[in-house]
Design a protein around this ligand. Structure first.
Ligand SMILES: Cc1cc2nc3c(=O)[nH]c(=O)nc-3n(C[C@H](O)[C@H](O)[C@H](O)COP(=O)(O)OP(=O)(O)OC[C@H]3O[C@@H](n4cnc5c(N)ncnc54)[C@H](O)[C@@H]3O)c2cc1C
Length: 478
């Protein structure tokens, strides 16, 4: 089949999936008003693959048909550069505002497929399954969501020690066709708009947690799979009043598995703690992290551009401290851009140490969350009251007050309507539920940042750096 059009993608979502929003079951997610904007945005990404075929696709190794570049098992510098170009173009299309573009999970399954020999080293069928599943995703151009983390409940206890040991997703029993699983996972961004659900490893499992040690994938309309969404942010306020909420709210959901039968050919890890804990740490190529840092870079550029517009609209750019704040955001985006180039080189080499690719991981786990927080802080500080006093499109349409607005809300070299629209964008970016969720997301995007940072301390890198100190104390090199 190869790449899909936007319309084919939209049609694929009308499959009877079980989605709840605000207490109601949503029968057709494509017709549900709060979802229309994001469905259109996602569909435009699928259409983009057709209009930019040369940049966004490559020939399927199986059929020769064009398939998404986000599935490319890039190994040479040229192939990795092609992936980077494609992912940057698609992230740019959505201004870096969608953390879970389909590209993210495409990269994830590609990473897992590159680790098929590790996954299948004890039970070869699991290695075969992941390769076949990766090919299915690529050839059908499926949109995947993923859910890795256990529901919070009581974080002082492991999944098996929770008051209800069936609260966290686990195996209940085996059948002759597969395993029955029950429990929940949290969160699942993009769930209402995906074709497939990927459940995989993230936080390590401990002995005794074998029943919770699972990696599999299932279609979104599978019997027993239910998704309870958070309140959507698009309340129908339109693109002038809510430029971002109306188009980029990718949704988040609690994923519930109510006695779901997962067929054996859809299982990649089952009860094997060593493989579960090991696969993400050292055996994958790094496409997932690479896509994530590219998306983060694009958003930092967007945030820096927004901050410049805001400062210019109110004539504040003469001040050296404002220039310094803006320069810092631009420099941060550039810094991450440089790290993307270094990271691409790491992907070419493949992860060989007992640590995911080092520059990639440091960029995603440390730099990007910090830079995102900083960019939001600078936009907030620069904008003053301008971000609050943003009348609506209807106010501008009322002749009784429009003239006042035109006069009192104009900016430096910018008419009132454009200035208000700009500040509405800034408010949607950091103040509205959409923006607040973005901040929360960026901080927890790659997991709890304290956990991910601590992995550097627990890695062999800490030993390398400590050796320098020991060398000095031992009197060497002086
Ligand atoms: C908007 C959004 C979208 C998301 N989308 C997805 C998705 O699509 N797929 C997916 O799999 N996940 C998703 N997540 C979940 C994300 O991966 C988790 O938020 C992240 O891994 C942190 O886990 P947690 O939320 O359970 O927080 P916790 O791990 O419970 O952390 C909460 C607090 O506890 C602190 N803490 C951690 N360990 C300790 C400790 N040992 N002692 C004391 N304090 C500690 C943390 O530092 C943090 O401050 C999403 C999250 C958000 C916010």
């Amino acid at each position: 089949m190869g790449i899909r059009t936007g319309n084919e993608y939209i049609e694929s979502l009308r499959d009877g999936r079980t989605i709840y929003v605000n207490g109601d079951r949503v029968k057709d997610v494509t017709a549900y008003p709060p979802f229309r904007g994001i469905v259109a945005t996602l569909a435009s990404l699928y259409d983009l693959q057709h209009s930019r075929r040369a940049q966004l696709t490559y020939p399927s190794p199986k059929t020769g048909h064009p398939v998404s570049a986000s599935f490319m098992m890039a190994a040479t510098p040229e192939e990795v550069a092609a992936r980077v170009r494609a992912e940057e173009m698609r992230a740019d299309h959505t201004f870096g505002l969608m953390g879970r573009l389909p590209d993210f999970c495409n990269a994830l399954v590609t990473d897992f497929a590159t680790a098929s020999s590790y996954i299948g080293r004890k039970e070869p069928r699991y290695g075969d399954n992941i390769v076949r599943y990766y090919e299915d995703c690529r050839e059908n151009d499926w949109c995947l969501t993923h859910t890795l983390v256990d529901p919070q409940i009581d974080r002082s206890k492991g999944p098996a020690e929770q008051p209800d040991p069936f609260a966290v997703l686990r195996v209940v029993r085996e059948t002759d066709r597969g395993v029955i699983v029950r429990g929940a996972k949290m969160l699942s961004t993009l769930a209402p708009f995906a074709n497939e659900m990927w459940v995989g490893p993230f936080y390590p499992r401990r002995p005794g947690e074998e029943a919770y040690t699972l990696c599999f994938a299932m279609p979104m309309d599978s019997p027993g799979m239910k998704f309870i969404c958070r309140e959507p942010f698009d309340a129908g306020r339109g693109t002038f009043d809510r430029p971002l909420s109306s188009r980029f709210d990718e949704e988040d959901a609690l994923a519930i598995f109510d006695n779901v039968e997962v067929p054996y050919d859809r299982i990649f890890i089952n009860g094997d703690i060593e493989t579960f804990n090991g696969v993400m740490q050292q055996r994958i190529r790094g496409y997932t992290l690479l896509q994530a840092v590219i998306r983060g870079m694009v958003k930092l550029r967007f945030m820096a551009g927004l901050a410049c517009h805001v400062a210019e609209a109110i004539g504040r750019t003469e001040a050296i401290h404002v220039q310094a704040q803006l320069g810092e955001l631009i420099a941060n985006a550039e810094l991450v851009g440089g790290l993307v180039r270094a990271a691409a080189q790491e992907v070419t080499l493949g992860a060989t140490q007992n640590m995911p690719n080092r520059a990639l991981a440091a960029t995603l786990w440390v730099m990007i969350p910090q830079c995102q927080m900083r960019a939001a802080e600078v936009i907030r500080q620069l904008s003053g009251s301008g971000m609050i006093m943003t009348p609506t499109e209807k106010d501008f349409a009322n002749p009784e007050i429009a003239a006042y607005l035109e006069k009192y809300l104009q900016g430096k070299d910018i008419v009132a309507r454009d200035r208000v629209q700009l500040f509405k964008l800034a408010w949607d970016m950091i103040g509205e539920p959409f923006g607040s969720r973005q901040l929360q997301y960026e901080w927890f995007y790659a997991g709890d940042p304290y956990f991910t940072r601590s992995r550097f301390y627990r890695s062999p890198i800490a030993g390398e750096f400590k050796k320098m100190v020991t060398r000095l104390l031992d009197g060497a090199g002086t």
